[in-house]
Design a protein. Structure first.
Ligand code: FEO
Ligand code: CA
Ligand code: CA
Length: 639
């Protein structure tokens, strides 16, 4: 989901100075890098100066063309199976009705709308992780309330508010592969003792340094320790102890702000009317005038243990409060847990949390608290190709009572303001982060930023319409390091664009607005795009077709188009079975109209339904859905 407003009016640098065009050959660039020099000069080429030089897996499929039709296309030899669409029962619940006439209570037992980040957790069978039986955790980022109700948003009511809230959150579903050979298909296990829906009304615990703080207390929760619901669940992360992290992104849009918002509210994009959800009309928690602190209880990372269906999810406040896109977890060499975090809004920041204590596979209770104690840092990308992680810790880097932060809880609740103060680098909408499974290099999508007016080192294009992918290597190959070397992996674009500044430097198939980013176990980089409805097929994107998914080789830099989606959708959410022979992918908001809300009173308006019918193609409402992609020969997908 896009929120194109800008909330960051801080004076932090854009690094408009100093860009030296590179001319050094690759060998010299590598030497420069080893000496800690020169990678800014390397970055415009998008060459693999940082990448590991060997061990990259094969990418052998024949790439597909751009497409504008209303289907999913994959390379020859692959199949895409529909698994779980909006309204499908998560367990033994009621079936979807074609007119969307299901009640709010029924929606609470069915797939939510707008599938996003996702992960496959395998069962362990015969002592090995199963590739045919697992739990899928799936985020449901937001709703199109024009599609959600038979008559859309007309006569907005308490019942519609409840249904909208119940179509948010997360699904946990149990899935298995049945049948033989290519006749086999994935299906949901129904009923399942693991399946559950977590919604915008489910009780969640609040833990970590901000739990119980005065700003976290409300009329309903005088202790500041329990909150109803999670919203705007965008991308995700997975912990070494087998839990799922779900990230609250555009939470601000659910709140009706004050006519005159405070400076802190403005910094978090809390405005009158929000994004038009109208929940506040029937649930006073979402009306800032009625309950000023409820908004402080959203914008966090939520940990869910899929194996304990009775356990309440947990908001982990040590990871900071902002528009969380992703929470990508890796381990430092000494076993401390490192979480890379992004704040997806134009000119916002990249973050890194480092736990105080070490992961210990033998101590599950100890691991459950690892994300509550540690240090949150924010990234500064310098023009010389170096960068630093700046601690957001009370008493350090000018963060204290004198600068307006009473304690660590306040630094975490007002993370953006703390990051402003320490001099973080304003980025072009950071989305997903992926860590190379062998080299430890970190890659991050910067999806676009049309509002940038001047080049800056790590964000090198003004009016960044197509976005880019940045990467860095932590010093000493230690994920917990305080500094790093960065370069730009690729500048996205259309090589046929009339404006040379928008052509990019892709080696392979054209794309723009990269959003999802993920390494498979062997080290292929999967790139999922989210060109907004307003830009799809517009002047800049006229040759790039529908949103797509590509596969990149981070050593050669070559990128091939693997999948194109139906009209109006974005591609987001990706995971694989351990044998890499089943790939799970989400199609979000197929048939979306520009602006994001359908009008059932005028369904043919814009590009919306029923002209767009994915996945049924029978004239029904378009539905976000999880797909499973496999090869007819049973081979590794993407190889
Ligand atoms: Fe929910 Fe930034 O995408
Ligand atoms: Ca996204
Ligand atoms: Ca996006």
């Amino acid at each position: 989901m896009d929120d194109d407003r800008v909330s960051n009016s801080s004076a932090n640098r854009h690094f408009a100075q100093l860009f030296v065009a590179p001319s050094a050959p690759v060998a010299m660039r590598r030497q420069l890098l080893q000496a800690g020099l020169g990678s800014a000069a390397l970055s415009f080429l998008g060459l693999p100066a940082l990448a590991a030089s060997s061990g990259q897996p094969a990418i052998g499929f024949t790439p597909i063309s751009v497409a504008n039709d209303d289907v999913v296309r994959v390379p020859d030899g692959c199949t895409a199976q529909l698994l779980y669409a909006w309204g499908d029962p998560a367990s033994a619940g009621p079936a979807f009705l074609a007119d969307a006439g299901n009640s709010a209570a029924e929606q609470a037992e069915q797939a939510g709308m707008h599938h996003d980040g996702m992960h496959f957790f395998p069962f362990v069978e015969n002592g090995r992780p199963s590739s045919t039986h697992g739990l899928l955790c799936i985020n449901h980022e937001y709703t199109d309330d024009g599609l959600l109700h038979p008559d859309g948003m007309a006569a907005w009511s308490h019942a519609k508010t409840l249904k909208s809230q119940n179509a948010h959150g997360v699904s946990v579903i149990e899935v298995e592969l049945g049948g033989n050979g290519m006749d086999s298909r994935w299906r949901l296990v129904r009923p399942s003792s693991y399946a559950r829906r977590i919604t915008a009304r489910t009780p969640l615990r609040i833990v970590g340094p901000a739990a119980g703080a005065a700003a976290m207390r409300t009329r309903e929760d005088r202790r500041g320790e329990v909150v109803f619901g999670t919203v705007a669940n965008c991308a995700m992360g997975v912990t070494p102890w087998g839990t799922y992290l779900s990230c609250e992104e555009n939470f601000n849009g659910y709140f009706n702000g004050l006519a005159q918002p405070t400076a802190d509210q403005r910094r978090y994009g809390i405005h009158p009317g929000g994004a038009g959800f109208r929940w506040h009309e029937h649930d006073s928690r979402f009306d800032v005038a009625s309950e000023p602190n409820e908004v402080n209880r959203f914008g966090w990372v939520v940990e869910i243990d899929p194996w304990r269906p009775a356990q309440a999810p947990v908001k982990r406040t040590a990871l900071g409060r902002f528009k969380h896109e992703c929470a990508t977890v890796t381990l430092a060499g000494d076993g401390r847990v490192v979480v890379y975090l992004t704040d997806d809004e134009a000119f916002e920041y990249l973050y890194k949390f480092v736990s105080r204590d070490r992961f210990d596979a033998a101590r599950p209770a100890h691991n459950a608290g690892l994300l509550d104690v540690g240090t949150l840092h924010v990234g500064r990308f310098d023009a010389d190709g170096r960068g630093r992680w700046l601690a957001l810790r009370h008493g350090d880097n000018g963060l204290g009572v004198n600068s307006g932060f009473a304690d660590q809880a306040e630094i975490l609740i007002r993370t953006r303001q703390a990051a402003d103060l320490v001099g973080a680098t304003k980025m072009d909408r950071p989305e997903w982060i992926a860590v190379h499974p062998h080299s430890g290099e970190v890659y991050c999508t910067l999806t676009n930023n049309r509002q940038r007016r001047s080049a800056a080192a790590a964000n090198p294009r003004p009016e960044n319409v197509f976005g880019h992918i940045i990467r860095w290597r932590e010093d000493g190959a230690d994920a917990a390091a305080g500094s790093f070397a960065w370069d730009v992996f690729v500048l996205c674009g259309d090589p046929q664009h009339a404006d040379p500044g928008k052509r990019g430097n892709i080696r392979g198939d054209a794309f723009g607005s990269p959003d999802g980013l993920w390494f498979d176990r062997q080290g292929r980089l999967w790139i999922l795009t989210d060109v907004s409805g307003n830009a799809l097929n517009g002047q800049d994107y006229q040759r790039l077709g529908n949103n797509q998914m590509l596969v990149g080789d981070v050593v050669s830099g070559k990128i091939r188009r693997f999948l194109t989606g139906p009209k109006g959708c974005e591609i987001t959410g990706i995971s694989q079975a351990p044998d890499a022979r089943s790939l799970f992918v989400n199609i979000q908001h197929p048939g979306e109209v520009a602006g994001g809300r359908s009008n059932p009173a005028a369904p043919l308006a814009g590009s919306g339904w029923p002209a767009n019918q994915f996945p049924e193609a029978t004239g029904g409402r378009p539905r976000s859905a999880t797909l499973v992609i496999r090869r007819r020969d049973g081979g590794i997908v993407g190889s």
